[in-house]
Design a protein around this ligand. Structure first.
Ligand SMILES: *Cc1c(COP(=O)(O)O)cnc(C)c1O
Length: 372
């Protein structure tokens, strides 16, 4: 049996990418608001149903641009249960993260615990639609309104997700999508920032290109977060396949659920997604609970012996990183810590055959039997 990785990047037919490259050679324009970039941005705004969105070199810099453009400072309430980038962006902008615990079912920020963390220094909430599961956006909006806070969503996992038919990036003041190679939709490296307010987006666009307004006007100390034409070309090809990509992942997800639903002590996270959500099937995490009989790590190691690579995504928890453990950031997060110790993301990618999904599930049960 060959090695099964937790994920694999989607590669479109090479000839289609080549056809876009021909256009780059014809125009001899490689970056800085090229034709392909403008076309990709337009198509993405349509697909995501947003009015304001600009492409960036990667999702992480997108988050940093949004924090800057919205002039966030002081303290930001955020989730500890995410990829490192979410907290790093806050810290790298000189802001203090305050960790709010998560909801045990959706694993997104627990809206009921946000208000108790607000102080005079709080200026924003940075929440994550983790695994593509929408946060409690309405409750978060109410809290933000009441206390005059900005809301930014890390939507790195939530490409194409809709709630009540509304594109996910329409919630909050701004959102960031990541188009990294391993994400559902990718531009090799890349991302997009969306903002409710046109002026915020204009500032992002400015900051993404050194703050240069025109030939003789530089109005802000911006950096470089531009997306090149080669990345845009990959995005234009991949966007054509997005419906197929999501469809195939839906079938993989359904197969996992068929096999694993009802296994004692194994909680299927995506089963907690409310009916009003149009999901993207980006990830397939399970929570290994005590009743499973063996620990999450025992399952993870056991699968590795069969060359099946799952991922403890997210573990360790961000506040437990070496760089944050002794930083003194506020927030008690027992629910997130427990989730982090139990979570295992199982392999899911385009091209993963359904009978391999069956095999992975078989091995999960076998590892449990051997380990008891
Ligand atoms: C991937 C990811 C990021 C960072 O995106 P890049 O495009 O890799 O910079 C941020 N947050 C989350 C939750 C992610 O999964």
């Amino acid at each position: 049996m060959s090695v099964i990785y937790v994920t694999k990047p989607f590669l479109p037919p090479k000839a289609e990418y080549d056809a876009w490259l021909d256009r780059i050679w014809e125009r001899e324009w490689l970056t800085n608001n090229g034709g392909l970039l403008l076309e990709l941005e337009q198509r993405l705004r349509e697909y995501l149903s947003v009015s304001n969105g600009c492409a960036v070199s990667n999702g992480h810099l997108g988050l940093e641009l949004l924090l800057e453009a919205l002039e966030i400072e002081g303290e930001v309430i955020t989730t500890p249960f995410s990829f490192s980038s979410t907290t790093h962006a806050i810290v790298r902008k000189g802001i203090d993260p305050v960790f709010c615990d998560v909801d045990p079912m959706t694993l997104t920020i627990d809206a009921g615990k946000i208000e108790a963390l607000i102080t005079g220094r709080t200026t924003a909430i940075l929440a994550v639609h983790v695994y593509g599961i929408p946060c409690a956006v309405d409750r978060i909006e109410n809290i933000a309104k009441k206390h005059g806070l900005k809301v930014i969503y890390d939507a790195a996992h939530a490409f194409g997700v809709r709630k009540n038919g509304v594109g996910i990036a329409n919630f909050g003041d701004a959102s960031m999508f990541s188009f990294h190679a391993t994400k559902l939709f990718h531009t090799i490296e890349g991302g997009m920032v969306c903002a409710k307010d046109r002026e915020t987006l204009r500032r992002c666009a400015l900051l993404r290109n050194f703050g240069i307004e025109d030939e003789t006007t530089v109005s802000a100390a911006g950096g470089n977060a531009k997306m090149s034409e080669f990345q845009a070309a990959m995005g234009l090809v991949n966007l054509r396949y997005i419906h197929e990509i999501i469809d195939e992942r839906r079938r993989i997800t359904e197969r996992y659920i068929q096999n694993l639903d009802g296994v004692e002590g194994l909680r299927i996270v995506c089963k907690s997604i409310p009916d009003d959500v149009e999901y993207n099937y980006g990830y397939f995490p399970v929570i290994v609970e005590d009743a499973f009989g063996i620990s999450r790590d025992a399952l993870y190691e056991g699968l590795k012996r069969y060359d099946i690579y799952s991922r403890r995504y997210f573990y360790p928890l961000i506040p437990d990183f070496d760089c944050y453990r002794d930083a003194g950031f506020r927030g008690l997060v027992p629910v997130a810590r427990k989730a982090s110790e139990g979570v295992l993301a199982l392999p899911i990618y385009n091209g993963l055959p359904l009978d391999t999904v069956d095999l992975i599930c078989e091995k999960i049960l076998e590892v449990r039997k051997l380990g008891e």
